[in-house]
Design a protein around this ligand. Sequence first.
Ligand SMILES: *Cc1c(COP(=O)(O)O)cnc(C)c1O
Length: 453
Amino acid sequence: MKQKRFFLSESEIPTQWYNIQADMINKPMPLKNPATGEPMKPEDLYPIFAKECCHQELDMEHRWIDIPEKVREMYTYYRSTPLVRAYGLEEALGTPCHIYFKNESVSPVGSHKLNSAIAQAYYCKQEGITNVTTETGAGQWGTALSYAAKAFGLEAAVYQVKISYEQKPYRRNMMQVFGAQVTPSPSMSTRAGKDILTATPNHQGSLGTAISEAVELARTTPNCKYTLGSVMSHVSLHQTIIGLEAEKQFELAGEYPDEVIACFGGGSNFAGISFPFMRHYYDGTHKDTRYIAVEPASCPKLTKGKFMYDNGDEAGYTPLLPMYTLGHKFAPANIHAGGLRFHGAGVIVSQLLKDGLMEAMDVDQIETFQAGMLFAQCEGIVPAPESCHAIAATIRRAKECAEKGEKKVLLFNLTGHGLMDMTAYNQFLSGNLVNYAMSSEEVEENLKKQNML
Ligand SMILES: *Cc1c(COP(=O)(O)O)cnc(C)c1O
């Protein structure tokens, strides 16, 4: 095992986030009001999100956005996260490529999600909000928000997708340890939940159902705002701390990535690690870098979904988003990478994919765990099932380059550790994991069933 790690000193940690919307040539299409179909202004989003986040969401003008001092101070409690040269993995693959990963698993909650949770909790507190709600699938975002809410003295209510609430009790406990109230979704505590449960008793829940419940609670509770862990552009903005740090760390390493690879749920970690490098596409200094988003073959919105306006949730409460989607009533297979089981994609990333500025790849579940095993054995870190998708794609690319004798610098984002996901590894080790790949025909059938085509 041989690694080399690159760190920044406290004063080198970025003081601003990068807003790619200011540089994009084709801006994202507007969000639309689900009731009227009218384009939304920041004020129209106030009932849901903290005001500052609403402005960041639709800001097409300011390239750099100051990180509030208190947020940056909290970043310094776990940042910079290491940029690591994975010599061990390179050797095991016999590749001439240089493989680097950005290790976001070192945050107190074990994933990159904290980067936005801190910012969102901060803006809520600033505005005089007392309560926050959210949804969580695998539990990573719920844990991050619970921790951040506690840090700012906010009360947090988390709707956890029912199947994950039951299958991942330790995740639920972790949110409770940080002081949050956790409810399995769908529940009888909201109108949306009641509707879902009366139409489908025993519904196992999805991110779509949990978002509906959390949004409804925020809208019907005074002094309460909703927070979201991915998809929205302000979340992607907060995550750019990852790529901005990585850029400086690459200077220390004396290299520059040829390919940036990240797993894809709603797009926030992909955005976070990619956009700061992509700004050098816009300023003309690095035109040839490739950006690869990696999704599960069982939830293939980027590779097989359709670009259209769709809701972010089951009940249709969220703004209509112009995005690649499988339809908001799509129920993905129960893969272990719970954080990647979302039907849609962020609007910025969707526009970039449409414009050919990035690529998408899908991988089957078993290949991702094989990749995770190899990575753990070479680098000593058990990766989250979501992160295993980025690792699998990196391994594919490193092998392809080896065959062609190409020496590329590959960077992937290690979004989280898998220490809370050992049930998934146990299933893999006992040979009980299966693939759930969807064909383009199945995706189309499914969209038709939802009356979306
Ligand atoms: C939530 C999550 C993801 C996927 O979400 P994105 O918004 O697409 O980044 C990936 N990895 C981990 C560990 C997560 O918790």
